[in-house]
Design a protein around this ligand. Structure first.
Ligand SMILES: Cc1ncc(COP(=O)(O)O)c(C=O)c1O
Length: 343
């Protein structure tokens, strides 16, 4: 069987999760009549210290709706240069909100209040209007890093002082909370809106939730409808989310431990350059230096039923998750130890 470390999105629902989905109470979600969806939304809002929440098909849609809440034509979104909204959402800010995105240089995906302050602009008919700061926590391309709370607080306070709104792409917020040993609300509450994804570390097949203020609920509902995200008996999917919040949050610590052990094993191989250690969450990035062949590594791993994500020509990412256990970890490390001297 394939050991798939491509992403934490590859997990299949467990039997217990499927059972919860099977017995879910359902109704018409578009009409606000799906009890399981409503229960999930309430639970997420409460967990994040936000007033309200809306169940959506994907984190990409949640981010797209959030940007439209705060930005219109000619407005500007500030994002880390390696942020998901800037690089992997098909230019959604420009398409949906007709907003520009200004990137903040940072290889970790984390930036300080000075980076925000430096990007404020004079009010002028020539300039786009900075309106929104997007923070990604954990940072995906930044190595799965959780933001230090002091940094979050200082970015939030700088943004507030200058009238900018704040959106948290917390697709992996629960990874951050578990790694930092903080309640999710401590991480989420400084923000005007918060995306959490159910189909990554939490192991659901589909779904994300956008948390927001009560005052924004009508606008979010309208944008959900507009973008084709309104559903019918979505309680089947929401039930997976309710189950995951109860059973799959604390166990993220196991994914983090396995990622650490994987990185430690790879660090022993002189043919690889492991990046961004020490690791806090579930991602391991490494590079294959010039004198070795990344193609041969990829093919050799594939022959041994191991798949990673290849970010660039020589750069790989491995993401640990619910469907990756200690035995598989040993298998992957054995495969690397055997292959590396040959490539
Ligand atoms: C940080 C981050 N935000 C948003 C998304 C979008 O999630 P989805 O592909 O489920 O829409 C991803 C997906 O990998 C992500 O890593």
């Amino acid at each position: 069987m394939l050991i798939d470390l491509f992403s934490d999105t590859v997990t299949r629902p467990t039997q217990a999760m499927l059972q919860a989905m099977l017995v879910a109470q359902v109704g018409d979600e578009q009409r606000g009549e799906d009890p399981t969806t409503l229960a999930l939304e309430q639970q997420v809002a409460q967990t994040l210290g936000q007033q309200a929440a809306t169940f959506l098909p994907s984190a990409t849609m949640a981010n797209a709706i959030a940007i439209q809440l705060f930005c219109g034509p000619g407005d500007e979104v500030l994002s880390a240069e390696n942020g998901h909204v800037l690089n992997y959402e098909a230019g959604g800010a420009a398409v949906h909100a007709r907003a520009a995105v200004r990137s903040i240089p940072t290889w970790t995906g984390i930036f300080g209040s000075n980076a925000v302050l430096a990007r404020l602009r004079q009010d002028s008919p020539h300039a786009p209007r900075p309106r929104l700061v997007v923070v990604e926590n954990t940072t995906n391309a930044g190595g799965g890093r959780p933001w230090p709370v002091e940094e979050l607080d200082s970015v939030a306070s700088a943004a507030r002082q200058h009238g900018l709104s704040l959106h948290l792409d917390g697709s992996r917020l629960f990874n951050a909370a578990v790694a930092m040993e903080l309640p999710p609300s401590r991480i989420a509450s400084p923000f005007d809106s918060v995306t959490v994804c159910l189909s990554k570390g939490l192991g659901c097949p589909v779904g994300a939730v956008l948390a927001h203020s009560q005052a924004r609920a009508g606008q979010v509902r309208r944008l959900k409808q507009l973008m084709g995200g309104a559903m019918r008996q979505s309680g089947i999917l929401a039930a997976a989310g309710v189950y995951a919040l109860q059973h799959h949050v604390d166990r993220l610590a196991e994914d983090h431990r396995r990622a650490r052990q994987l990185a430690e094993g790879l660090l022993e191989l002189p043919q690889l350059v492991v990046e961004r250690v020490p690791l806090r969450t579930n991602m391991v990035f490494f590079e294959v230096p010039d004198r070795h062949s990344p193609d041969q590594l990829e093919q050799g791993l594939a022959a041994d039923n191991v798949r990673l994500s290849r970010m660039h020509a020589r750069r790989f990412r491995a993401v640990t998750h619910l469907d990756f256990d200690d035995e598989q970890l040993e298998h992957v490390l054995r495969a690397f130890r055997r292959l590396m001297p040959q490539i």
